[in-house]
Design a binder for this molecule. Structure first.
Ligand code: ZN
Length: 245
């Protein structure tokens, strides 16, 4: 059994809802939550993303994540898959249409889906409200990212305020990856679940915007050329380099 870092304290009996898509970041966040909270539910959203294959990948991740710590299986609760096709209907982006991935006229990448994380957090808040969970966990990051404004820390803090005002709640939104780069995200996975979690992320998570599951690399499956693949690959290279020093 790997040496799993377990957090104890005030949150040991807490309930959490994790935004879990089946990608590297959200899988790391799910492990982070399992190490801290007694009851963890997950929320995935089908918004007809071009890389919907991530939703299939998430099933395998959920099935295997159980085995990485003796304490984790009893902590995983309901997995919610929410249909949000309307987001694709109203979005003209490279993640929801066959468009080129480039920098758009707005100065943002064409992969930016306006409102996506705002809607996701609202949905997670609704699930958390119903299940009595205080904690909401998301993989948003503004350290090593694509410049999406809804990944910024200020946006998340504002959403926490909105959810608490709008639902008369005391939610805390956690973003464990906000201030770390992709190399540190790999390292965090190793800290939480050892090499077994790193191997699971490499083999079973999906990050590639194009949904490529044909090309395999050291860092996992993907086209190797889209911005998501490049970030993941670059982080993996730096993580490997840091381990060999
Ligand atoms: Zn790719």
């Amino acid at each position: 059994m790997v040496d799993i870092r377990e957090e104890k304290g005030d949150e040991a009996d807490g309930r959490a809802v994790v935004l879990f898509s089946g990608g590297q970041d959200s899988t790391t966040c799910l492990a982070w939550a399992l190490a801290r909270f007694a009851h963890v539910e997950t929320v995935a959203v089908d918004y007809r993303q071009r890389h919907r294959i991530e939703l299939d990948c998430r099933k395998q991740v959920l099935a295997e994540l159980h085995h990485l710590s003796d304490r984790w299986p009893g902590r995983l609760g309901t997995h919610h898959l929410i249909d949000l096709a309307a987001l694709s209907d109203i979005s003209e982006t490279a993640l929801t249409r066959a468009q080129e991935i480039a920098i758009g006229a707005s100065g943002l990448p064409t992969t930016f889906v306006p409102g996506r994380n705002i809607l996701f957090l609202a949905l997670a808040g609704a699930v958390a409200w119903r299940s009595g969970a205080r904690h909401i966990v998301g993989g948003m990051c503004e350290t090593d990212y694509s410049g999406y404004p809804d990944c910024r820390d200020d946006t998340i803090k504002a959403m926490q305020l909105v959810l608490n005002l709008g639902m008369d709640a005391r939610f805390v939104i956690h973003t464990p990856l906000m201030w770390i780069d992709k190399a540190a995200t790999w390292r965090l996975a190793a800290d939480l679940g050892g090499e077994a979690l790193v191997a699971l992320i490499r083999e079973h998570t999906h990050t590639c915007y194009l949904g490529d599951r044909e090309h395999h690399h050291d860092w996992g499956w993907g086209c190797g050329a889209c911005p998501a693949c490049r970030l993941r690959a670059h982080g993996w290279d730096r993580y490997q380099a840091s381990r060999s020093v």
